[in-house]
Design a protein around this ligand. Structure first.
Ligand code: GLP
Length: 249
């Protein structure tokens, strides 16, 4: 794992956008795996600026990690709406090349199969990830096992509590979601795990330097050959040794 620590989230976002630009320029049909939450927003802002400076995204296909079950794509807190507001409405990725799980599909099992087929047909070149305070990636929550395929998940109470900040009331937070499984994440050519803020410092230390354990889902990224962990100083604060030197992975 490569670790890159930036002064602030803005600078980190610019770095991740530059990594995405390399993929977009090198691949004839670039596929980006995208995440939601507050963490990737500086990356999306920097990618939008690159697009405004001339980066063409018309060949890009995007595959998002997850979606809440029960929220329509137009719901203000759906991940579809988040992606539209924070990225898609500002760039020239054709709508037909944008993929998110459908959280209101009448047959959710069939929806998981449909989504795995999209991932199979469009192998991901660069997968961007945030991390939950409990170590989840996408909505792969800590558990005895991690599921490889796209699946329906019951969200942990701490995830519901953490995501309640985006809703009017905690009871409005959906308790279930559809998430890409860990196999699709690990099959990406390159993975970028982003985290900012002191509240992510402990879980980042566990994920980066701890054992691979299913109750710390992000630790599974240690099994991948090309992972860059992009942090600010606060989220990296547990990765420095007593003399203030960044421990190496
Ligand atoms: C949600 C998403 C995750 C994301 C996490 C962290 O639970 N499903 O993909 O990593 O939130 O959110 P934030 O970046 O706001 O801390």
């Amino acid at each position: 794992m490569k670790i890159r620590v930036f002064d602030n989230a803005h600078d980190a976002g610019v770095y991740v956008a530059a990594l995405a630009e390399q993929v977009v320029e090198r691949q004839a049909k670039p596929v980006l795996g995208l995440a939601t939450g507050s963490t990737p927003i500086p990356f999306y802002q920097a990618l939008i600026r690159l697009h405004q400076c001339g980066l063409d995204l018309s060949n890009v296909t995007t595959i998002n990690l997850d979606e809440y079950i029960g929220l329509t794509p137009s719901h203000p807190q759906s991940y579809a709406r988040f992606m539209w507001e924070n990225l898609f409405s500002h760039v020239n990725i054709p709508e037909t090349q944008i993929h998110l799980p459908n959280g209101v599909a009448s047959d959710l099992e069939a929806e998981c199969i449909r989504y795995d087929e999209i991932i199979r047909k469009n192998p991901i070149h660069l997968q961007v990830l945030g991390i939950g305070v409990n170590g989840h990636i996408g909505f792969n929550e800590p558990d005895d096992t991690l599921l490889s395929r796209t699946h329906i998940v019951n969200l942990c109470p701490e995830t519901v509590a953490s995501n309640a900040r985006f809703f009017q009331h905690i009871d409005d937070v959906p308790k279930r979601a559809i998430t890409m499984g860990v196999q699709a994440i690990l099959q990406a050519d390159q993975i970028v795990l982003m985290a900012f803020g002191r509240e992510k410092a402990e879980i980042i230390a566990k994920a980066v330097f701890g054992e691979v354990r299913t109750d710390v889902p992000a630790s599974i990224l240690n099994l991948h050959k090309n992972v860059t962990v992009v942090l600010d100083k606060d989220s990296a604060s547990e990765l420095f040794d007593e003399s203030g030197v960044l421990r190496r992975k």
